[in-house]
Design a binder for this molecule. Structure first.
Ligand code: PNS
Length: 167
């Protein structure tokens, strides 16, 4: 039996505070699989953000500027509502380790309860990116080590950060 496939459009959600090379790796690999990708900046009420939405958005945009089938969006509502609105059949999350996996499983169960028709898919990070995280970038920035932070960020992101922090 031939059924119509739903997997041509996917959403890659997160806080992206800020986007890192780890996020970008996941995004590039997802963009190679799907026709259209939405990178969605959402609000996790349990997190306190270092960067305002505008800055997180600009960094995400500069990060995926060369990936033609990715569009950056933001929303302050529920992820599944946005996924439905954008017609996405899948939510894609990158995972680096068992801690990520445990957290993302909880999110996946939660989102599935709200929207059973949308699948969550996990993508393991590429070799060498398991230690790259937004938390690490924020830590380096707090210490004033912009040179080390830059190594974990998309090209051009450090200039946006410098401007945002008046450096
Ligand atoms: O990795 P993050 O930063 O926690 O990702 C944020 C987000 C919203 C994608 C994640 O927390 C999630 O999947 N939450 C599901 C519930 C939801 O939609 N929350 C948003 C408004 S309360």
């Amino acid at each position: 039996m031939k059924t119509e496939k739903k997997l041509h459009r996917a959403i890659v959600p997160g806080s992206f505070d800020p986007m890192t090379l780890g996020h970008l790796d996941v995004l590039r690999r997802v963009a190679a699989l799907y026709d259209e990708i939405y990178l969605a900046l959402l609000i996790n009420p349990n997190k306190e953000y270092l960067f305002d939405l505008e800055t997180r958005f600009s960094i995400a945009q500069i990060g995926c500027a060369d990936i033609e089938n990715v569009r950056v969006v933001h929303d302050d509502g529920m992820l599944v509502d946005l996924a439905r609105k954008l017609g996405c059949g899948a939510i894609i999350k990158g995972v680096r380790n068992s801690t990520d996996f445990e957290y993302e499983m909880k999110m996946a169960f939660f989102n599935r309860e709200l929207a059973p028709e949308i699948e969550t898919l996990f993508l393991p990070c590429s070799d060498g990116l398991g230690e790259v995280s937004s938390t690490r970038v924020r830590c380096l920035l707090e210490k004033g080590d912009l040179a080390e932070a830059e190594k974990l960020l998309p090209n051009g992101a450090i200039d946006i950060i410098r401007k945002n922090r008046g450096l």
